[in-house]
Design a protein around this ligand. Structure first.
Ligand SMILES: NC(=O)c1ccc[n+]([C@@H]2O[C@H](COP(=O)([O-])OP(=O)(O)OC[C@H]3O[C@@H](n4cnc5c(N)ncnc54)[C@H](OP(=O)(O)O)[C@@H]3O)[C@@H](O)[C@H]2O)c1
Length: 313
């Protein structure tokens, strides 16, 4: 099969395309998926660079890629929910057998049936970013009709946070660069601000939830904007916030780091919203697997609007 492999950590140049890679065999609780589309998450290139080697390990080669959409073509002996021919999407939990390949094996419990109204490419854009947004909002005690501030509303996670918060009838303020102000409004944000000329210290609102997808804002600067029991959730831990996170259990205003967990029920919840068109994946660019290096470079640039999808023929 065709797959993009890495044999060492490094720049995008370590991604190598090989056509003679052995198709993996599913274990008892796994299915073999013909991957139709994957997507790029910042975690992919952080692993590729070796930033997360304490969890991704030192064994090579590795096939990267967490998100996938595709078709089940084989099942293990203990698989009971999925069948050959099912169209599925989900997020892998492997650091070495990823979705940048024509086939991969996945634990059955990580996959949901695809929403019928979406393409493989659209579905591949959802799992990691969409579930992160949902779990972050849950961690921030989303109940609905709250005031939500999204720092970084235009990226993979941010586009889902904005839409999910709106789906819960929240009033949403979101930040992005100058080129994404109108886009954020079209996505549903009530108010936007341009981080190149304003910071949170220029805001005078009060927010029940501050969802940070950028990792550049200190909790101390956000705290004055939080309501009495407001919650700050970030996808990116930083040293400056370590004390706030540690003290969080003893404070009414909470400060948390999102730790994404693969939970099928969250993916299935998103599937329902996708089917009702309540939310939709935003796709910035689609690259063929053959251009995986270009896709990584574009993602590393830090200005993706929504998601980058990898199409696999
Ligand atoms: N902890 C977890 O479990 C977890 C889960 C998911 C993701 N993450 C991490 O969360 C981060 C975000 O993920 P992602 O997939 O959303 O990344 P992404 O799609 O690459 O984010 C790109 C977006 O960030 C925006 N941006 C850049 N600098 C900004 C700033 N100073 N203020 C506001 N917006 C800014 C850009 O908007 P402009 O183009 O307008 O600048 C762009 O739309 C990544 O570092 C990822 O690794 C962690």
């Amino acid at each position: 099969m065709l797959a993009a492999l890495i044999y060492s950590y490094g720049s995008a140049d370590v991604l190598e395309l090989h056509t003679e890679v052995k198709i993996p065999e599913p274990a008892e609780d796994e299915v073999l998926v013909r991957v139709k589309a994957a997507s790029v998450n910042p975690a992919d290139w952080k692993i590729r660079r070796g930033d997360l080697k304490f969890i991704s390990g030192i064994h090579f080669p590795k096939i990267l890629g967490f998100d996938l959409a595709g078709e089940v073509v084989g099942i293990g002996s203990e698989v009971s929910r999925l069948r050959v021919g099912d169209k599925v999407f989900g997020e892998l939990d492997s650091f070495s057998q990823g979705s940048y390949a024509q086939f991969t094996v996945v634990k059955e419990h990580l996959l949901a049936h695809m929403p019928a109204n979406l393409s493989f490419e659209q579905c591949a854009a959802v799992p990691l970013a969409g579930v992160s947004a949902l779990q972050g909002l849950y961690a921030a005690n989303l109940v609905g009709e709250q005031r939500v501030l999204v720092l970084g509303g235009a990226g993979g996670v941010g586009t889902f946070v904005v839409q999910l918060a709106k789906a819960f009838s929240c009033e949403v303020t979101a930040s992005a660069g100058p080129g994404n102000q109108i886009f954020l409004k079209e996505l549903g944000a009530n108010f936007t601000f341009d981080y190149t000329c304003q910071t949170v210290r220029d805001l005078d609102g009060t927010y029940d939830i501050i969802f940070d997808t950028v990792g550049k804002e200190e909790f101390a600067h956000c705290q004055p904007l939080l309501s009495k029991k407001g919650r700050f959730v970030t996808t990116l831990p930083q040293w400056a916030n370590a004390g706030s996170h540690l003290l969080s259990p003893f404070r009414r205003q909470k400060s948390k780091v999102l730790l994404l967990r693969q939970r099928l029920k969250d993916l299935q919840f998103l599937k329902k919203l996708l089917e009702k068109d309540t939310i939709h994946p935003v796709i910035d660019r689609v690259y063929p697997l053959e251009e995986i290096r270009e896709a990584h470079l574009y993602s590393e640039n830090g200005h993706v609007r929504g998601k980058i999808v990898i199409s696999i023929s």
